[in-house]
Design a protein around this ligand. Structure first.
Ligand SMILES: [Zn+2]
Length: 313
């Protein structure tokens, strides 16, 4: 039985792990992403981390069924090229898959949110369900869609951009050029921005303007701070409105919520479920369970490994 190698490439860290076909994570290694040092430095760091993890695991390249690489931003999967990496511009347009391939082992590049969706489907909270939507809420909001047991990519490979579905027509401007995208109202960035604006307007709160982030707002909400509760409840409600749209559109069996904000704010599920009760159609809502992601910190590496299984059928 072969092994999978998962590579989670992020703007701040590169994580590599050896994974069994059943999703058991063995040896793993995390190294900082060398930012601003050029393309070759990034490639060298990934290659060195892959080699080191395989050495520690005593697994030869030839024993691998494949390597999966999860990377941020839109990419050309067939060509193995990252088209645009917002946090890692040195890789824009770079043929990463060719640069990382070794010893004839197949290597697959996939968008990180799609990879995480595949990871939850194969190894996590999505096991046993063929129709699910994975939504990740962190600084931004992303997602991946599994339909009939296959990742749904769309014609250009961009499907699953849950964060850029509009939930408030006249809402705040979004970096994508639209307004009122879910990401502008419910992401970690949006939560921190709303808290900062309320403090600047003189609202009373235990929150301090310095070091303000979504985790701090969730901590304050948990301690009963009125302003923080207001902000997190509203963000959760908007997330629930976005999920109601997904439920009405796709009739999934599960919606799985992951990402840093979900880990920080488990209270998030109450307003999400309230919004779904109030906004989604009754039949698909009754058929859908909204669950926290099951893979936690390991989602990136396990998701990247799951990409290999998706490709192998
Ligand atoms: Zn947008």
């Amino acid at each position: 039985m072969g092994y999978l190698l998962g590579v989670d490439l992020g703007g701040t860290k590169i994580e590599v792990g050896v994974v069994s076909r059943e999703g058991v994570l063995g040896q793993r290694l995390r190294v900082p992403t060398p930012r601003g040092q050029g393309t070759a430095a990034v490639v060298d760091h990934i290659r060195a981390a892959m080699g080191e993890v395989l050495r520690r695991a005593e697994v030869a390249w030839g024993a691998l069924d494949g390597v999966g690489v999860g990377a941020p931003g839109p990419l050309d999967r067939q060509a193995g090229v990252i088209l645009e990496a917002p946090n890692l511009p040195e890789l824009n347009g770079f043929p990463l898959a060719a640069a990382l391939a070794e010893g004839g082992v197949p290597l697959y590049l996939e968008n990180d949110a799609n990879a995480a969706a595949l990871g939850e489907y194969r190894f996590g909270a999505g096991r046993g369900s063929a129709d699910l939507v994975y939504v990740t809420v962190s600084t931004g909001i992303g997602g991946g869609i599994i339909l009939g047991g296959r990742l749904y990519r769309g014609v250009s490979g961009t499907a699953g951009e849950v964060g850029h579905t509009v939930v408030e027509v006249e809402g705040p401007p979004c970096a994508c050029g639209s307004r009122g995208c879910l990401e502008t109202l419910a992401s970690g960035t949006a939560i921190a921005r709303q808290a900062a604006a309320a403090l600047a307007a003189g609202r009373e709160s235990v929150l301090a303007a310095e070091g303000l982030d979504a985790a701090a707002v969730y901590r304050a909400a948990g301690a009963g701070d009125v302003l923080a509760r207001e902000i997190t409840e509203r963000a959760g409600y908007y997330l629930g409105v976005g999920i109601s749209n997904l439920i009405n559109l796709l009739n999934p069996e599960r919606v799985i919520l992951g990402g840093g904000v979900v880990q920080a704010g488990r209270d998030l599920f109450d307003p999400v479920e309230r919004a779904v009760r109030e906004r989604a159609l009754k039949v698909p809502a009754a058929a859908c369970r909204i669950l926290p992601a099951g893979l936690g910190q390991d989602a990136g590496v396990l998701g990247a490994a799951a990409v290999v299984l998706e490709q192998a059928g």
